[in-house]
Design a protein around this ligand. Structure first.
Ligand code: ZN
Length: 445
């Protein structure tokens, strides 16, 4: 049993002052407002955020694809660089790089990650003796960092729509349905005790309708899929089926609250409204989407229609929870030449986006979010003495953190009641970074 005391806490019911939180066995057992300071005293407590979309290993190639390889450099040429990078990764490399990404996530306010894990086979494209060899590397990175894990093993069988044969660069991803079922079961056995197991058909490029129907019953957990990230993908989907990717899924895949459609960037108004009504989560990754030149999600219409969102760091080009939230609003401002576009009635932009990403992110990863009795003690403390937060209270604290704080605003993070970030640094940051530097240096040598 431990006691934490905060000046200010964002509860499900709103902001509360002078709050004492009791924690036992990793869960919140009591919340008392207007309480005298006792136990460990901190500044401002927020519930931890869920990072709905990560490819951990891609952290190791961040910054390697910022030259123009050809005049029309785009997502597809970035993907070639990514395929060359992952060609050589061992399970140990994956664990080392992913641990670094997870440490950075925790330091920035994410307490849970959805790992969209597709690197299943060895460098020659053969299954490892244990089909969950690389899933084990992800689990090890989660355990070392302490972040909560929702593992989403990826089904990937084809190179393009209509069951086209895969390219050589995709050999480490590939499964058939039976092999994938074995992979999912083997992955289940490697997970940390409190982890969640979902499933991820990679995209409609990589899975046929028959395969999609066959793999969905393999788990009870979340279902994630990349959809409508690129206009070329939308055009190819129409050529294949007569429908756009999100439209096809809504028409054919019984999309509901179990689903998270990653990106969903290119939507017609009709798709936008239908996706909002489906109760699925749109997994927005604005930092990566900007880096890859994907496009701008129609957030104004979608949120007005009651749509659910989560945020993800995807390529991990820059791991920054506040940056993802900021990116959603800034992309709308740039597109519409107005300000404060996503603020709901009676709340600031920061509060609106934080609440939406907190609730939608937890739904998408199959976990309970929010600071409440009985929930896991996943708490992020802002430093009340950080200059960017001076004079701020309640919702403006969130606005200042998201739009104005640069770094250092996050002081501490507890995950499952364990304090794993203190004074802004993860307790294993130095050791994890040392191994990461060695791993990346030898990969790039
Ligand atoms: Zn992705």
């Amino acid at each position: 049993m431990q006691t934490l005391w905060f000046e200010s806490v964002l509860l499900g019911t709103g902001w509360a002052k002078s709050v004492r939180i009791g924690v036992a066995d990793g869960r919140i057992t009591s919340i008392e407002t207007g309480a005298q300071p006792s136990g460990e005293r901190q500044g401002i407590a927020l519930p931890g955020l869920s990072n709905v979309h990560s490819h951990g290993f891609q952290r190791g190639m961040a910054g390697l694809s910022e030259r123009r390889g050809r005049p029309d450099d785009d997502f597809w040429s970035w993907r070639e660089v990514m395929y060359r990078f992952l060609d050589r990764l061992t399970p140990e490399d994956i664990a080392a790089i992913t641990a670094q990404a997870y440490v950075e996530m925790l330091e920035t306010g994410f307490t849970h990650v959805g790992e969209f894990h597709y690197l299943h086979n060895d460098v020659d494209g053969r299954r490892y003796a244990d089909p969950a060899e690389t899933a084990g590397a992800i689990a090890a990175a989660a355990e070392e960092s302490g972040i909560g894990l929702t593992l989403l093993p990826v089904f990937y069988a084809h190179g393009d729509f209509g069951g086209a044969p895969p390219a050589p660069g995709q050999r480490r991803f590939l499964s058939d349905v039976d092999g994938f079922a074995r992979l999912v079961e083997a992955s289940r056995a490697r997970l940390p005790a409190d982890a969640v197991l979902g499933i991820a058909p990679h995209s409609l490029r990589a899975v046929t309708p028959e395969e999609l129907a066959a793999i969905i019953p393999l788990v009870n957990g979340p279902i994630h899929i990349h959809a409508a990230e690129q206009t070329k993908e939308v055009e190819a989907c129409i050529a294949w089926s007569g429908a756009r990717p999100v439209e096809w899924l809504l028409d054919n895949a019984a999309v509901d609250a179990r689903w998270c459609l990653i990106h969903s960037t290119h939507l017609t108004n009709g798709e936008c409204d239908r996706l909002a009504a489906s109760k699925a989560v749109a997994g927005l990754c604005p930092v990566t989407e900007a880096n890859l030149g994907d496009g701008i999600f129609p957030a104004i219409r979608y949120l007005e229609a009651g749509g659910r969102i989560g945020v993800g760091t995807d390529s991990n080009i820059l791991v920054d929870a506040a940056g993802e939230l900021r990116g959603i609003e800034y992309s709308q401002r740039l597109a519409h030449r107005r300000r404060a576009l996503l603020a709901r009635e009676g709340a600031s932009v920061g509060r609106t986006l934080f609440d939406a990403a907190q609730a939608g992110g937890a739904q998408a990863l199959g976990v309970t979010g929010g600071i409440a009795i009985g929930h896991p003690a996943d708490i992020v403390a802002l430093d009340a003495n950080h200059p960017a937060l001076a004079g701020m209270a309640d919702d403006t604290l969130l606005d200042a953190w998201i739009f104005a704080a640069r770094h250092g605003a996050i002081d501490a993070v507890w995950r499952g009641g364990r304090k794993i970030v203190t004074e802004g640094r993860h307790i294993a940051a130095a050791a994890v970074a040392a191994r990461y530097r060695q791993t990346v240096a030898s990969l790039l040598a």
